[in-house]
Design a protein around this ligand. Structure first.
Ligand SMILES: Nc1ncnc2c1ncn2[C@@H]1O[C@H](COP(=O)(O)OP(=O)(O)OP(=O)(O)O)[C@@H](O)[C@H]1O
Length: 305
């Protein structure tokens, strides 16, 4: 595997306020990393640092082994960036804007038409070249922002809230595009939506108040077949362990249990078995994964604050 990005002990202060502190991360080609966190967690600050738009207070960022602080131009050549609000020029047509971006990316003049055609094709903009940007829908503007980010075929893509403001169909299409782009690049994206990150990312980092609170592969963070069960009356854990769909049960409180179901069993099988055994079922809910627990604890803390 090829390491595209290596970040060591990255911090950024604004005056006395620490917006980001002690972030370490590594990204390989083919990986999609999701930065998740509530408003003000430090996601945009982190992505602006990684894209070289903001200088770190301390720490090191290497893109394909090039130090972003000491060799910014060489390092940024390998990077495509979709900011939270892409600076599109509404008075330009799609092709005019992409030509302008190609010049900014310093693409050789002869390579520009093909680069634009490829970027438009990948982003589903083939028929939009003559359209005024002012007339594009939100979804198409986002595609155009992505097209400018991939125009020079960078191996590293940084996308700040790429699906923000899109409708569910546009979101699904953009997620598909992100997965497609990840076949030959590494992608970091930010979001404050847990399902979004779970559906598109291989790895997730939760930021809160500028610090990393959780960092794991998303498949490792997926819930197992664990359920929380609350029963009525006087029930012993043995009653649950005797039921056919149950692989194992633990008592977690008076009449409360954590139940691990057999691989092929469903919650409906469990509910049926509990009722057939003559027990009273008060609650049956999926146990959250560590990722979900951390996320909802933090969001809950935010809402409470
Ligand atoms: N230029 C700046 N000057 C001062 N403070 C800033 C600046 N940029 C960000 N901050 C502060 O740094 C913290 C992190 O902000 P940041 O925009 O990175 O969060 P975020 O996770 O991207 O939030 P959101 O989801 O709302 O975009 C916030 O407290 C914010 O107010």
């Amino acid at each position: 595997m090829e390491t595209l990005l290596r970040v060591t002990d990255l911090s950024r202060d604004f005056g006395r306020h620490s917006a980001l502190s002690g972030v370490d991360l590594c990204l390989e080609r083919g990986q999609v990393l999701g930065l998740l966190g509530p408003n003000g967690a430090g996601k945009t600050t982190c992505l602006r640092l990684l894209s070289g738009l903001l200088a770190p207070t301390s720490g090191r960022i290497e893109i394909l082994g090039l130090d972003l602080t000491h060799r910014p131009l060489a390092a940024k050549r390998h990077l495509g960036y979709l900011p939270e609000r892409p600076p599109l020029h509404p008075e330009l047509r799609v092709d005019e804007y992409l030509t302008h971006c190609a010049h900014l990316h310093r693409l050789p003049r002869r390579a520009i038409p093909e680069a634009i055609a490829t970027a438009k094709q990948r982003c589903g903009l083939e028929d939009q070249g003559r359209r005024l940007i002012a007339k594009l829908s939100r979804g198409y503007r986002q595609r155009l922002g992505l097209a400018q980010a991939i125009l020079h075929r960078p191996p590293l893509l940084i996308l700040d809230e790429p699906t923000e403001g899109l409708d569910p169909v546009q979101m699904r299409e953009l997620r598909r595009l992100i997965r497609d782009l990840a076949r030959d690049s590494g992608i970091i994206l930010s979001s404050h939506l847990l399902p979004e990150v779970q559906s598109v990312c291989d790895r997730v980092m939760i930021l809160h108040q500028g610090r990393v609170r959780f960092d794991a592969e998303t498949h490792a963070a997926r819930p197992t077949n664990l359920w929380r069960v609350r029963l009525g009356g006087e029930t012993h854990v043995m009653h649950l362990n005797d039921l056919a769909p149950v692989a194992g049960a633990l008592a977690t409180g008076p009449n409360q249990f954590q139940v691990d179901l057999r691989a092929e069993a469903t919650s409906a099988d469990l509910a049926r078995a509990i009722l057939l055994a003559g027990l009273e079922l008060f609650e049956l809910t999926p146990e959250r994964s560590d990722l979900e627990r951390t996320f909802f604890d933090l969001i809950g803390a935010e809402e409470h604050a």
